[in-house]
Structures are given as C-alpha cells and as structure tokens.
Write a protein that binds this ligand. Structure first.
Ligand code: DX5
Ligand code: ZN
Length: 216
C-alpha cells in the first residue's frame, strides 16, 4: 500500500455483525484490516482463529494483516494463510529462532512481520531485521485494547527507520488523535487503531480525524 495507512483492529468490534462492521469500515476508507489473534496462553486473552479469518476473507478484498499473539505461530501459520491472511506477524517473545520462523512464513507466500512488546529487550529484534517485511512496534503490552500508549515505541520507530529505511513500520496500542502524529513523525507507516475507531459512533469521522492528526 502506498503512503501511510490506518488499520482498524478487529478486537472491540461487533462480532455479532461482522459483515456490517466491514461495510462501515470500507465506506470510511479503510484499505487494510488488522486481525488480533490471541490464544489465551501467549497473552491472557482469547479471541478467534481461522474460521473468522476465512469468513472475513469472503466479505472483503482488503488485505488481511494478521497479528498472531500466540505461543506457537508456526503451528497455525499455514492454516492462517489458507484462510486468507496476506501478512502474518509473530511475536519475537514467542519464538526461539525468529530468522527460522520468518523464513518458514515467507515460504508460505505471504508477507511476514515481527512484533515486539514494550518491555522486551529491543536488541532481540536485531537478528531478524533482514528476514522480515515489517516490524510491529507495540506501544502497549499485547493482549487487550484500550490501554495507555507507551512512548518507548517512538524511540524504537526512530531507531528502526534510521537503520532500515525500507522496512515497513507498524504501531499498535493506544493510537488516537493525541498520539498518531508523533508516531508518524517517528517514521511509522501503518497505524493500528482499536478504541479510537470502535469507541466512536461514526467510523468515517473517527478515521478522518485520525488522518488529519497523523499529518499534523
Ligand atoms: C492489543 C491489540 C491491538 C488492540 C489495540 O493487544 O494488538 O490491536 O486492538 O487497541 P487500542 O487501539 O484500543 O489500543
Ligand atoms: Zn494488534
């Protein structure tokens, strides 16, 4: 996707009416969807798996950016690809060898991202920066929506942008009008937003406000 993009996170949406949610997001100008997959083990929260991804795939042509907050990403990577994921992001905390995991996902024919939580040693990412298409810099601890933005993410974005200018950078957690401008200035390309969209009555207004704030 060309230029920065706001990715609605399907976590606090109406799961009883996903078709309408997708329609509303499409009308609001969404180009990519962010899907939060949690296993109740890597994080203390449980969401959804392949059947929901596959169901969404039938309702939209938008790329599906799947954020795997699960302990064993390789066990579910191929099923997620088969279900329609376009990009799979695993957590660096969940794996022993991130280069190997990234390579296996790449061989499945999709984009690959690596995510890092705010409290994790940033140096853990060093070894896999050449093996991924995207880094997901978490600005909250993975697991729940509606948490407070942690500014350590801004330093991390700046550092990554300087070292690897061509790497796609995504931020996730506490992104709203007050924080999105700083993240953009730090070099971020993809902005995952949960509460600041789904907590609003009108998604189009919410996304327009975020877009304006992003451009400062
Ligand atoms: C948190 C998820 C996020 C979450 C963000 O673990 O990865 O995608 O939905 O929600 P907000 O924007 O409310 O922080
Ligand atoms: Zn996410």
């Amino acid at each position: 996707a060309a230029g920065p993009a706001i990715l609605p996170s399907l976590l606090q949406c109406d799961f009883g009416d996903l078709r309408t949610e997708i329609e509303k997001l499409t009308v609001a100008g969404t180009r990519v969807l962010h899907l939060d997959v949690m296993d109740g083990h890597f994080v203390p929260n449980l969401t959804y798996g392949m059947p929901i991804v596959e169901g969404l795939r039938r309702h939209t042509d938008m790329p599906l950016d799947v954020h795997l907050m699960i302990s064993d990403p390789i066990a579910y990577a191929q099923p997620m690809v088969d279900a329609g994921a376009d990009l799979l992001t695993f957590h660096v905390e969940a794996v022993d060898d991130c280069v190997e995991v990234a390579g296996k996902i790449r061989d499945m024919g999709v984009g690959v991202g690596v995510a890092i939580n705010p409290d994790t040693d940033f140096a853990k990412l060093d070894c896999c920066l050449d093996s991924v298409d995207m880094v997901l810099v978490m600005s909250v601890n993975a697991g729940f929506g509606g948490q407070q933005f942690n500014p350590v993410a801004l330093d991390r974005l700046r550092s990554l942008k300087e070292r690897k200018p061509d790497l796609l950078l995504e931020i996730d957690g506490g992104i709203k009008a007050e924080t999105i401008g700083d993240a953009r200035a730090a070099g971020c390309d993809l902005f995952v937003v949960g509460s600041a969209i789904f907590g609003q009555h009108d998604y189009e207004t919410a996304i327009n406000e975020l877009t304006q704030a992003m451009h400062g």
